[in-house]
Ligand binder design. Sequence first.
Ligand code: HEC
Ligand code: HEC
Length: 403
Amino acid sequence: MNTTQAIRSGTAGMMILLAGGCGGSHHGPAPDDPATIEQGKQTFRFDTFGDEAQWTDTLRMHEVIPAAVDPVTALSVGLKVDAEALPASVVKGIQDGSVDLKSPATTVALIKLNAVVGLVGKVETVGGKDTLTRVGVTCALCHSTVDDSFAPGIGKRLDGWANRDLNPGAIIALSPAVDAALKQVYNSWGKGKYDPRFNLDGKNGPQVIPPAYGLKGIHRITSTGDGDDIAYWNRYVAVTQMGGLGSFSDSRTGVSVTHGSTDLVGPKLPALQAYQLSLAAPAAPAGSFDAPAAARGKLLFSGRAQCMSCHSGAEFTDANLRLHPVSDVVSEPEPGGAPSYASRSATKQYRTAPLRGLWQHAPYFHNGSAATLQDVVTTYNTRKSLGLSAAEMADLAEYLKSI
Ligand code: HEC
Ligand code: HEC
């Protein structure tokens, strides 16, 4: 039996077990069972799914970090530090300057403490010295940030909040295994963006890292609605992007990837999905918008601006009913002459974006082509010939800030 067959039959076996175990009624843990959610949280934050094969064996990041990535550099490429993982002595050392933030050895020490959000490393004593021997990445790398309560980039974890400071392309480009032509592509992406299809189709069109919160009840996942549930995309990213051990295939795109002979991804997907579904979009902070203007904007949203014809229902999306052809969508053509992102996807269409928590995650649209909510409104006004006045556009933007 080859690797693919082994994994497929393993998965099939599991499906049979699950089906048999359920027997039509629901004996298994419910998706909102607290223990399942807690398990999913651990997976989201700390599970590499065995992707050290990619980040260590192939990309050799375990050599790059101790050679070149001191904490100041790490923070400058958007990596975040979990203040709650720091012992009091380290907190004091950062405060009084005795912990050297210009030394890569400090980064290794932080990884050893499991304090760098989204990085998981193995630190062993080699020749009497702490040495990073393996490193991998987790979902939290891109989909968590921190509240900066200790210092910029250092604070309590905020899971599900997209890390828009993170520059994944610049990080990957540090690898000695990446050639000059590829480095140029990776370095072109910039902060808060990542192209989750480039390594498969060779086309360059980076996507804004989206929030992983506020997705409960939405059955079209990703900006192009490729999957019916979060687990579809989690399997895709874990295997084809992070390099985790397991299998993903989709006949619509022709993507078929298997890593290793043990499935470290599939069995974790139900709990991982349950955790993400438990993450609500954060409410707009009090005082962050002008309430009377937002109230006027709300009337425009449902009225003359016709936003609700697509952004309908509790999550402000018609995603469960339909997707939209590129011709209906105001965010194409792509910036910089990039190929249509929809054309690279399984559906070739776009999902109406859910709008809760908008205040938190500028820039907007799948490609980040609108820097602010004001820009979003201006784009709609022009492209859809809405005829809104400047004051009306300002009101509508104020409403979007409040959602
Ligand atoms: C290197 C950065 C990166 C990592 C690591 C990553 N993602 Fe993502 N994620 C993205 C990008 C970029 C998209 C946008 C893809 C699209 O819309 O086509 C995305 C999309 C998503 C979505 C869809 C959100 C929506 O609105 O439908 C979910 C859910 C998600 N990721 C969860 C995860 C989970 C869980 C993991 C770990 C298994 C993970 N991601 C790892 C960058 C990342
Ligand atoms: C024809 C359906 C349709 C209409 C009408 C529509 N939208 Fe959208 N909207 C979409 C789709 C599809 C997307 C996702 C586009 C993308 O990701 O590039 C989107 C994205 C957005 C986003 C970006 C969300 C994010 O997370 O980046 C905002 C904000 C938004 N729309 C606001 C509005 C407003 C305000 C109106 C009314 C003026 C409106 N939309 C009218 C379909 C629609």
